[in-house]
Design a protein around this ligand. Structure first.
Ligand code: NAP
Length: 350
């Protein structure tokens, strides 16, 4: 018998679900035990119905699996959730009630006061919310969320500066890849040769989630960080990778040299650095004047590194910079796998 922890993927046929299949196929601690999707897909062979969009071959073992409905009782002690947000609420709670740890990509539970909204490098202490969550609901499992894809890159990319200098104001404008909208997502006639200056709900998510992740754990829960955040979100004709331009205000003047030194010195806490999915450099500074670029830089750290460049003074706030992250890895499946690794490291899942 395998010593690996059996896991399930809810929404395994979708954009993020496929990324889970790819990332978990050779994972040292986890083994895909089941794949779940909607009632239309249930009962069919995964390999027959998935429109495989990954650049690596579909693993044969997973291709041969029969897709199940997303209902408790299917094999897996951890459920990686990548289902539609409007149905995720009840489905994820049902798994948690049944003793499964749900590691979710969906927005549904992210802002619940008792759900950790986690970036392991930034706020691993927020996992402390789980105990109260389990007590409140009487669950033996639990729900842990990773942030929205554009928030994940933003928060990790500026985390070295928040930690070193304390951010008071943050302005961000995004250029987000079409894969962020799932499959088939944005129609090609809307996306090609075009920029769409609206992504429903995204700006609110970036503003709220940033304050929660940078918040402080207290006996009453997470006290949100007092950071003023203004987000503008745009869809651009790029397949993968969210590029974001950011201006930051601090309590004092921070020079570009100080900021670059803080980014270059930034490392994950030892417990997090030891996780399989944590890259050697969670945030990497690139001094070249035309970097980072979506096509050239998203695969750094196996898609888990956020690249920061163009750190320079800002005439309105203090500093401005450009950052790039992989939206379906650091912003979705890779983030969730890393969160699950932290649950295992803490002894919550065995
Ligand atoms: P997607 O490509 O549209 O895939 C949706 C998945 O949900 C499919 O596997 C679908 O299965 C399944 N599903 C639909 N209705 C279901 C039901 N009633 N019961 C069980 N499964 C059901 O979407 P996606 O981009 O992968 O996104 C999935 C979730 O992750 C969303 O909540 C999204 O907001 C979030 N997210 C996405 C990204 C990204 O970059 N794409 C980043 C962060 C978070 P069928 O094939 O059977 O229909």
């Amino acid at each position: 018998m395998s010593a690996k922890i059996p896991v399930t993927i809810l929404g395994a046929t979708g954009t993020v679900g496929q990324k889970f299949v790819r990332l978990l196929a050779d994972h040292p601690q986890f083994e895909i035990a089941s794949v779940a999707a909607s009632a239309q897909s249930a009962g069919k062979r995964y390999g027959d119905i998935v429109r495989w969009r990954e650049g690596t071959p579909l693993p044969e073992r997973v291709a041969a699996m029969t897709v199940t409905r997303a209902e408790p009782g299917i094999p897996g002690r951890i459920a990686f959730s990548a289902i539609e947000a409007d149905i995720a609420g009840e489905v994820e709670q049902a798994f948690a009630r049944a003793g499964v740890y749900v590691v979710t990509n969906t927005k549904t539970h992210r802002m619940d006061p008792d759900v950790p909204l986690l970036i392991p490098e930034v706020n691993p202490d927020h996992l402390g919310l789980l105990e109260g969550q389990q007590r409140k609901h009487g669950w033996t499992g639990g729900i842990v969320a990773n942030p929205n894809c554009s928030t994940a890159g933003l928060v990790l990319g500026v985390a070295p500066l928040e930690r070193a200098f304390g951010i008071e104001k943050l302005f961000v404008a995004t250029m987000q890849a079409v894969s962020g909208a799932g499959y088939p997502g944005v129609a090609s006639l809307d996306a090609l040769g075009n920029v769409i200056p609206h992504i429903g709900g995204e700006e609110e998510k970036m503003e709220q989630e940033t304050r929660k992740i940078f918040g402080t754990m207290s006996p009453g829960g997470v006290r949100e960080a007092a950071i003023g955040v203004s987000a503008h979100t745009n869809r651009v004709p790029v397949i993968d990778g969210h590029l974001e331009v950011v201006s930051l205000g601090f309590g004092r003047r921070v020079s570009p040299e100080e900021a670059i030194a803080a980014i270059q010195a930034y490392r994950a806490p030892a417990e997090v650095a030891a996780l399989h999915s944590t890259p050697a450099l969670p945030v990497e500074y690139d001094a070249r004047p035309d970097r980072p670029q979506s096509r050239l830089d998203i695969e750094r750290g196996n898609g888990m590194t956020v690249t920061v460049g163009r750190v320079r003074p800002c005439p309105l706030l203090d500093l401005r910079l450009v950052l790039l992250s992989h939206n379906t890895i650091r912003g979705a499946a890779g983030a969730a796998v890393q969160n699950a690794e932290l649950l295992v490291a803490r002894g919550l899942v065995r």
